[in-house]
Design a protein. Structure first.
Length: 241
C-alpha cells in the first residue's frame, strides 16, 4: 500500500480531489466508485470547485456509490442519495443515467443486489474506488465479521457503526439497522483504490489496516492484498503508524 500523509483535513481534501480529477481527465468513460460519510465532504467540495474552474469534466464518468441505508427514502436528509445530490451531483456534470447508488427494495432484495453487480460488470468494473473507513475498520458497510461477502448484499449494521453514525440523526433510535452495500470482492477488483482517513478516531483502525495481519474482523486490512491502493491520511489518522 502507498501511504501518503498530509498535515490536515484541508490538505487531504485538496489532494484527494486532485487525485480523482487526474484520473477523470486521464481516462475516457472512467468508472468511479464513490463514498459517503463526513470524510469525503471536503474532497467533493474541492472537486466542485475544480469543475467550476473547468479543470475537470465529468461528462463521461460513470459512477457507482458504495452503499445506502435500508428504509430511508431517497429524499431523507440522511440518506446517501440525498448526500450525493447535495455534496456533488447537483453541482457537476455527471449525467443522471450514469450515476448509480444501490437501492434496497423490500420486495426484490436479492434482485436489487445482483442487479447492482451486473451494472458494475457491464460498465467494465471500477477504475478508481474512493473509500472512507469506519472506526471499527469497516469499508462501505462491510462490517467486521467471521466472513465477508463478495458481491452487493444486505447487512445488519454493527452497534459500533450505529453509534458512530448516530451523530447524523436526531437520536440513536432513528439510525437504520440495515444497509445495502457493495461487497469486498467488487471493491478489491477495482483497478485502483484511494482510501481517505482523517482524525484521531481513525488512527487505531488505520494502524490495524496496515499491520501486516489480514482479517475479516477488520475489513480494511484486506486492502493490503491490493496492488494499487493508496491511503491518504492526515497526521492524526497516521499518528499510530
Ligand atoms: C459510513 C459509510 C462508510 C464510511 C464510514 C466513515 O458508515 N458507510 O462508507 O467510510 O461511514 O464515515 P466518516 O467519514 O463519517 O467517519
Amino acid at each position: 500500500m502507498n501511504i501518503v500523509t498530509v498535515k490536515d483535513y484541508t490538505a487531504l481534501s485538496e489532494k484527494a480531489a486532485r487525485f480523482v480529477a487526474d484520473r477523470v481527465n486521464g481516462k475516457k468513460e472512467l468508472v468511479l466508485g464513490l463514498p459517503t460519510g463526513s470524510t469525503p465532504e471536503g474532497m467533493y467540495a474541492k472537486l466542485v470547485k475544480l469543475y467550476r474552474e473547468q479543470k475537470v469534466d465529468f461528462s463521461e464518468v460513470v459512477s457507482f456509490n458504495l452503499d445506502e441505508y435500508c428504509g430511508l427514502r431517497s429524499d431523507h436528509p440522511q440518506s446517501y442519495h440525498y448526500y450525493m445530490n447535495r455534496n456533488f451531483f447537483d453541482h457537476v456534470n455527471i449525467s443522471e443515467e450514469n450515476r448509480h447508488i444501490p437501492i434496497h427494495s423490500e420486495y426484490y432484495e436479492d434482485e436489487s443486489c445482483s442487479r447492482y453487480d451486473q451494472l458494475i460488470d457491464r460498465a467494465g468494473g471500477i477504475d478508481l474506488q474512493v473509500l472512507g473507513i469506519g472506526t471499527n475498520g469497516h469499508i462501505a458497510f462491510n462490517e467486521p465479521a467471521d466472513y465477508l461477502i463478495g458481491g452487493t448484499h444486505l447487512v445488519q449494521l454493527s452497534e459500533k457503526t450505529i453509534e458512530a453514525n448516530s451523530r447524523f440523526f436526531n437520536s440513536r433510535a432513528e439510525v437504520p439497522r440495515r444497509a445495502i452495500t457493495m461487497g469486498m470482492a467488487t471493491i478489491m477488483h477495482a483497478a485502483e483504490i484511494l482510501l481517505l482517513a482523517a482524525g484521531k478516531n481513525k488512527a487505531r483502525a488505520i494502524e490495524k489496516a496496515c499491520s501486516g495481519v489480514i482479517t475479516t474482523q477488520l475489513p480494511a486490512s484486506l486492502l493490503q492484498l491490493h496492488n494499487n491502493c493508496t491511503l491518504l491520511l492526515d497526521r492524526e489518522a497516521a499518528s499510530l503508524l
